[in-house]
Design a binder for this molecule. Sequence first.
Ligand code: CAA
Ligand code: NAD
Length: 285
Amino acid sequence: MEIRKVGVLGCGLMGSGIAEVAARAGYETVVREVSQEIIDKGIQKIHGSLGKAVEKGKMSAEDRDQTVARLSGAVDFGALADCDLVIEAIVENLDEKRKTFTALDEVVKKEALFASNTSSLTVTQMAMFTRRPDQFVGLHFFNPVPVMKLVEVVRTLLTSDATFDAAFAFARAVGKEPIACRDNSGFVVNRLLVPYLLDAIRALEEGVGSAEDIDKGMQLGCGHPMGPLTLLDFVGLDTTYYIANIMFEEYREKRFAPPPLLKQMVQAGRLGKKSGRGFYDYTKK
Ligand code: CAA
Ligand code: NAD
């Protein structure tokens, strides 16, 4: 199936990045949010990112204008009706995803493919919310989407070969390097990354080192671009908390259990960079 028009659900950290790379790659792209205010802010964020690419000489002003023309925002699901591929990147909550996919299945043409950018839910359970489980796949992008090269393409027991191949080709067409994964919670990367991030919080709780020293240790000792606590702030502590709960529920292994400090920070509204404060303070320059 040829993919010409792409729908993206959610225009937060990940949805805005996915919409940006799709529009830049030449796809007509429509991104859906829950309110006009959020969609306006999200589209502005994408325009800002494209503006930076022009300033850095990575993109011509003409390409930017064409990309902007290919991108639109919507609140009504109807705007996605003629999409060939819809990629969901809303909050990591099964009930929200269920409501969204159920509504989407009603309005989007029946040949269209559905994908989820979930970090930790199984793709199978979302596919079963629709009447097209064979046309459902995981497309897991990494943050920040315009920079990170990887996409995990996740096949369930029901995903057809044609769907998997089209999703794999789409990941390549937006300039990414895809890998094939089975539908196990966390796929490849989060199965390894999430216990490491949660352990960094446990190390902080136990007073092994300060936040700065834990981060410096992993940056300078292991060559990581960011220390784990900075990375947690970057991913979002709310999102990490949802992911940890889902993976703990799935595997019942202690390494996936959310540490009390993570829970308290989410309860206190310290969600990381997006809220201005997490393990670090982003309100001061
Ligand atoms: N959008 C677009 N471009 C961005 C960007 C963004 N949000 N953030 C950084 N960049 C670009 C910069 O413009 C810069 O480009 P140039 O080299 O062309 O100037 C380049 O990326 C490097 O940025 P900086 O020099 O500002 O900073 P840096 O060298 O520290 O790199 C980083 C920033 C790429 C984010 C790097 O720190 C990094 O790779 N961090 C780790 C990110 C990571 O691990 N992501 C995975 C998170 S887990 C996940 O996504 C899965 C999940 O389900 C939770
Ligand atoms: P975010 O909080 O930045 O954005 C989520 C967006 O979804 C918000 O703008 C919210 O308004 C919107 N939303 C909520 N309900 C919605 C609905 N019913 N329809 C449309 N939009 C809705 O979250 P995020 O970090 O972009 O995460 C989105 C998804 O991507 C999650 O499944 C997450 O696990 C996954 N993910 C996150 C990262 C990361 O580093 N943050 C990386 C890879 C995958």
